[in-house]
Design a protein around this ligand. Structure first.
Ligand code: NDP
Length: 491
């Protein structure tokens, strides 16, 4: 740090005193004309910006992404046009339901949001450490999130609210099974996978489209905590995951993930057993094998947490040429909700904040608004068309028409398997989990459901047990036993 710096006001006026306020006599009162005192107190009062409603507690790092495999047959995205291409990334990890000061080892999905700074603008993959989500329609999002937050009367977290909602919204089952497995308490952020979760698309230079899912596989090895370990850490080190990331990177132990994709053609989408745009379902790896894309390494902790992590703004609407959206309803809702949240938290010019600023030139006729700090287009025209600037909309960036895709989505909406909330969680429980994972999942569910209370508790428990029964009979029987409740199993 450089020495001999003069204290100044925010306006740059060197100031003579930083601790003792200006007074009439030695004992006071204080004079209003101590402008540095006023500025210091007033700025302090305004230090907090609105906390994110979800994903409030997080940590982040910069790094690099390097393309290791040729996927040009699927995408014309510039980033992927050559093996060896590299770009800078910023990643923010987070818990979801807790407040900014909550513990890192709470049972919760983890946010896994990646911003790729590409030549064609920012590409954001704002995903989680789970391949699926609790709901498939954005209209349900505020209701669902309320059940993960605090009871409106007691201001306490409520198992009753949570299981009431889960039991009335069985499409949550797949995510619930993952959440209550030990994957719901990952051992820090380095040792977990990330998933784009939604179905996206890729478009190649022949204007052919495929549907795509993104997976970041941790190269640190997947490691989770048991409920007991996670609970101990909540008290011992509430910032466990943040500390783990910061310390590893500071020691030069840079975490890495392999980015892989699953690809589905339109023909495969039409025949797929489930709606391929349903975010509560996965595409089986055996049917849609993972294809290598590249390696992401995180190697730089931001110099200032607030500047880069607190002000980071990810949005699924940030896609680049060669990568597209899909009819996935939750994705469509997030295209609106994320930029809207940023405009509220950070102001309409949030893309001018350095961590959000693209590396390529920004050219348009949008001007003014709070905190405009990039020169505001200087003296160039703020209207279009005009006779002065040379900003042209280039038709080559037009996204492939999606009428057909909507038809596909409609067809699959009417698919009889759309209400099959049970097969995939059942596969996970029976075929993927080890005996220990099954035992821990069962105990974690019992422990959480034991917290259901109040006059409707039996009704909620019975309803949820029926859903678990459809996932796996023994699972429901074992939960009922653990909760010491009678449950009539009916096929
Ligand atoms: P696979 O056996 O090919 O893959 C199973 C996947 O499950 C692996 O990616 C594994 O991650 C992951 N996994 C293991 N334990 C858990 C857990 N407790 N919670 C969440 N994920 C876990 O199977 P399929 O592709 O046929 O899918 C079977 C089931 O696996 C699905 O119903 C789904 O629940 C789950 N799954 C599937 C994914 C997919 O995209 N197909 C992705 C993640 C989960 P890892 O390789 O890191 O050990």
């Amino acid at each position: 740090m450089s020495k001999n710096k003069k204290l100044t006001t925010a306006a740059g006026r060197p100031y003579y005193e930083n601790e003792d306020s200006m007074t009439v006599g030695r004992r006071g009162p204080i004079l209003l004309q101590d402008i540095y005192l006023q500025e210091k107190l007033a700025h302090f009062n305004r230090e907090r910006i609105p906390e994110r409603v979800v994903h409030a507690k997080g940590t982040g790092a910069f790094g690099t992404f390097k393309v290791t495999n040729d996927i040009t047959k699927y995408t014309k995205a510039k980033l992927f046009n050559k093996v060896g291409n590299e770009c800078r990334v910023f990643v923010r990890f987070s818990t979801v339901g807790g407040e900014k000061g909550s513990a890192d080892t709470e049972r919760d999905p983890r946010g896994f949001a990646v911003k790729f700074y590409t030549e064609d603008g920012n590409w954001d993959l704002a995903g989680n450490n789970t391949p699926v989500f609790f709901i498939k329609d954005p209209k349900k999002f505020p209701d669902f999130v309320h059940t993960q937050k605090r009871d409106p009367k007691t201001n306490l977290k409520s198992s009753t609210m949570m299981w009431d909602y889960f039991s009335l919204n069985p499409e949550s089952l797949h995510q619930v099974m993952i959440l209550f497995s030990d994957r719901g308490t990952p051992d820090g952020y380095r040792k977990m996978n990330g998933y784009g979760s939604h179905t996206f698309s890729m478009i190649n230079d022949k204007e052919e489209r495929v549907w795509v899912k993104f997976h970041f596989k941790t190269l640190q090895g997947n490691k989770t905590l048991t409920a007991e370990e996670a609970n101990i850490l909540k008290a011992k080190d509430p910032d466990y995951a943040q500390r783990d990331l910061v310390e590893a990177i500071s020691k030069g132990n840079f975490p890495k993930w392999a980015l892989k994709i699953q690809v589905m053609t339109n023909e495969q989408a039409e025949k797929f057993k489930w709606n391929p745009f349903d975010v509560t379902k996965v595409w089986s790896h055996s049917e849609f094998p993972l294809i290598d894309v590249g390696i992401m390494e995180l190697n730089e902790i931001p110099a200032n947490y607030f500047a880069d992590v607190e002000q980071a703004a990810f949005e699924p609407s940030n896609i680049v040429d060669g990568i597209g959206l899909s009819p996935d309803k939750l994705l469509q809702g997030r295209i609106f909700a994320y930029p809207d949240a940023h405009r509220y938290r950070l102001g309409v010019n949030y893309n001018q904040i350095p961590v959000n600023r693209p590396i390529n030139e920004v050219n348009n006729h949008q001007r003014d608004g709070f905190m405009n700090v990039d020169g505001n287009g200087k003296d160039s025209p703020n209207y279009f068309p005009n006779s002065f600037d040379d900003i042209k909309a280039d038709k080559k960036y037009k996204e492939l028409a999606s009428v057909l895709d909507s038809n596909i989505a409609d067809t699959f909406d009417r698919n009889e398997n759309d209400d099959d909330f049970y097969t995939q969680p059942g596969d996970l429980y029976r075929k993927v989990m080890t005996d220990t994972e099954r035992k821990n999942t069962l105990n974690n569910i019992i422990s959480s459901m034991s917290g259901i209370s109040g006059p409707r508790s039996n009704e909620i428990i019975q309803r949820q047990l029926m859903h678990f029964y459809k996932v796996d009979k023994s699972l429901a029987e074992d939960i009922a036993k653990g909760l010491k409740v009678d449950f009539k199993f009916t096929d």
